[in-house]
Design a protein around this ligand. Structure first.
Ligand code: NI
Length: 525
């Protein structure tokens, strides 16, 4: 995982203050009300004794109806706290440490550093990152840790939330998205959440993508609670928003893991400890994460000779006309790849999220559109890294393709992109749409140039290109092309390698093969 930040070991003596300052920092009120001493969940009076034995007696959980359950940290035996060490923006981040839950500690140490680092990289005016924690479940072999963060940059302070779920049995930690039963469960929840938020949110911004569902849990009654960061689905001034979906409607949408979490979060905790180290090594759970959308569609096989594939690519955006382009692509069930540039991403973040949610591929086209071949390794890395962080924060997606501006690349760029896990994508058809702002000229170049495996270069910041795209998409569709993402066209790509097209690599019948040629690896010019 070369994209994760370095993390340093923490002090030998973690601060043991599960205290007031943290609670204040987290912006929460910890309810210290103890559940009733009588384990009162069962039938009163001892009538029907046999049934009472079968009914599990559980303490009610504590918390507010419109917020995640709160577990009193005093109930957690051996609880300590660790402070994150981060070399960069001013960071005050702490997280809980429990005996026999080392994989949770390791996960939080790495993940929180990655989140701080993404904030640092994505925010040119980054000033500070503060984060405090609370526990929202500690029962049934699960621990839920909720982080409440305050990010400060030149725009001011923004509150964000994230909740992680640790399985004490196998040592895995999952993000909140994994509480849902696959992408369909998340999509169904998203519809309910959009209804619940009503006019308080911008409905078009509420999409079933990972970035929006990173803080999900339950209130003490088991209703599902989704926490959105400030500015994520409404104007930043509105602060963080919360949606509550009633238990009866939410429960059918949960994964098995999610149902365990529901049970844990609705159980009051008087005392909790992890009795033994986990069985597993705490590596990531090997399962797809709802809301993390692969840029390929398994139903399309571009390697099939009967299937003609072409990749439409749009650079330098998104722009004001990109939503119209997305409407068009949706109409034809076509996919495109958007090589986005940093400043437009900051200007149109929700367009990026929408494109991602609709199955298009998002790829890196640098922050400021420099000639990378004229830069040092550090500069290339920093520029690309900022856009990686911007898109990750908006979508939850880590891009693995980039396109060097002007197609200008060299060994240095190859080396940096290899280290960053990014393949370099050039093009086989140049529409020159930036120069010739005539829709019919641009459309003809794209349509005439199209062939199986072609990668077509355009720019969605020009109205003439949006206009041309209507004809291009209609005509390519009529000619039987599947318009696919670059990752769909190329299949697996190698970081650092250059690709200009996805033409199937059959050696020419009339020429001797020169051996190990790489058909889709031809260097671009
Ligand atoms: Ni460009």
């Amino acid at each position: 995982m070369n994209k994760l930040p370095r993390t340093t070991m923490t002090p030998d003596h973690p601060v043991i203050t599960v205290g007031v300052s943290l609670v204040v920092l987290a912006g929460m009120v910890l309810l210290s009300v103890r559940p009733p001493e009588s384990l009162g969940a069962g039938p009163a009076g001892g009538v029907a004794h046999g049934i009472a034995d079968a009914v599990e007696q559980r303490l009610p959980a504590s918390g507010e109806p419109d917020a995640l359950t709160v577990v009193d940290p005093a109930a957690l035996t051996g609880l300590e706290e660790e402070a994150l060490e981060y070399d960069g923006v001013s960071a005050e981040v702490s997280f809980p440490v429990l005996p026999n839950a080392e994989p949770l500690t390791a996960f939080l140490r790495e993940r929180l550093a990655a989140e701080v680092r993404a904030f640092d990289a994505a925010s040119p005016g980054a000033e500070s990152y503060r984060a405090g924690w609370s526990v929202t479940a500690a029962s049934d072999g699960l621990i839920g840790v909720r982080m409440a963060n305050a990010e400060t940059d030149s725009e001011g302070e923004k509150e964000t939330r994230a909740t992680y779920w640790y399985d004490t049995g196998d040592g895995t930690t999952r993000g909140s998205q994994s509480l849902l039963d696959g992408q369909s469960g998340l999509a169904a929840l998203n519809t309910l959440v959009r209804e619940r938020l009503g006019d308080s949110a911008d409905a078009g911004a509420v999409l079933p993508v990972a970035s929006l569902y990173d803080s999900v849990g339950f209130n003490p009654d088991g209703d599902l609670v989704v926490e959105f960061d400030a500015g994520q689905v409404a104007a930043p001034g509105a602060g963080p928003l919360t949606a509550v979906v009633e238990r009866a409607e939410a429960e059918p949408l949960l994964s098995g893991f999610g149902r365990r979490a529901l049970r844990a979060a609705t159980t009051g905790v008087e005392e909790f400890s992890v009795s033994a180290a986990p069985q597993g090594d705490g590596g990531p759970a090997d399962e797809p994460v709802p809301g993390v959308l692969p840029p390929v569609d398994d139903a399309v096989d571009c390697a099939d000779p009967e299937v003609k594939c072409v990749a439409l690519t749009y650079d330098d955006g998104p722009g004001g006309g990109t939503p119209e382009l997305l409407d068009l692509l949706a109409e034809y069930d076509a996919r495109a790849t958007f090589f986005v540039t940093g400043l437009p991403v900051m200007e149109h973040p929700r367009t990026v999220r929408r494109a991602y949610a609709e199955g298009h591929e998002i790829a890196n086209h640098t922050l400021n559109h420099p000639d990378l071949a004229g830069m040092g390794a550090g500069g290339v890395h920093a520029d690309l890294d900022t856009v990686q962080a911007l898109v990750y924060r908006e979508t939850g997606y880590t891009m693995d393709l980039m396109r060097p501006p002007y197609g200008s690349t060299n060994d240095n760029v190859g080396s940096v992109t290899r280290d960053m896990g990014l393949a370099q994508v050039l093009w086989s058809i140049d529409t020159n749409d930036w120069k010739d702002r005539d829709p019919s000229v641009v459309a003809d170049r794209a349509i005439d140039g199209a062939s199986d495996g072609a990668i077509i270069l355009m720019h969605d910041i020009h109205p003439s290109t949006i206009a041309a795209s209507h004809k291009i998409v209609r005509e390519l569709d009529a000619r039987g092309y599947r318009m696919v993402t670059v990752s769909q066209l190329l299949g697996d790509t190698e970081p650092g390698e250059r690709y200009v097209d996805g033409v199937p690599d059959e050696p020419p019948a009339d020429a001797p093969s020169d051996g190990a040629q790489e058909r889709s690896h031809r260097p671009g010019d």
